[in-house]
Design a protein around this ligand. Structure first.
Ligand code: SF4
Ligand code: F3S
Length: 104
């Protein structure tokens, strides 16, 4: 599976949603996650993310975030169309360590 990491937090560009052939993205307040059991590993979303937030499960950056994706994909609503992008998304794009903003 592919995994959304903390780079998505407060950016939520949603370009990933536009290209996913199986609509396996789920939307939280500050970020999206991928349902690990629904993702077919096509990889097309990974280069689309302006925040470079999507990684393969084989990437070390996925270790922390795969369980987060699995947990919240089961709770948050499915998203299949791109909605409004946060006004300050670009300002947050390169901020490191955004996990503390996951729920704020
Ligand atoms: Fe969707 Fe493919 Fe990305 Fe998986 S790798 S989330 S199937 S676009
Ligand atoms: Fe997030 Fe990147 Fe998608 S910022 S919403 S993973 S395009």
């Amino acid at each position: 599976a592919y995994v959304v990491t903390d780079g998505c937090i407060r950016c939520k560009y949603q370009d990933c949603v536009e290209v996913c052939p199986v609509d396996c993205f789920y939307e939280g307040e500050t970020m999206l996650v991928i349902h690990p059991d629904e993702c077919i590993d096509c990889g097309v979303c990974e280069p689309e993310c302006p925040a470079d937030a999507i990684v393969s499960a084989a990437d070390a950056r996925a270790d922390r975030w795969l369980p987060v994706n699995a947990k919240y994909a089961a709770i948050w609503p499915n998203i299949t169309d791109k909605g409004p992008v946060p006004d300050d998304a670009d300002a947050w794009k390169d901020v490191p360590g955004k996990e503390k903003f996951l729920f704020s």
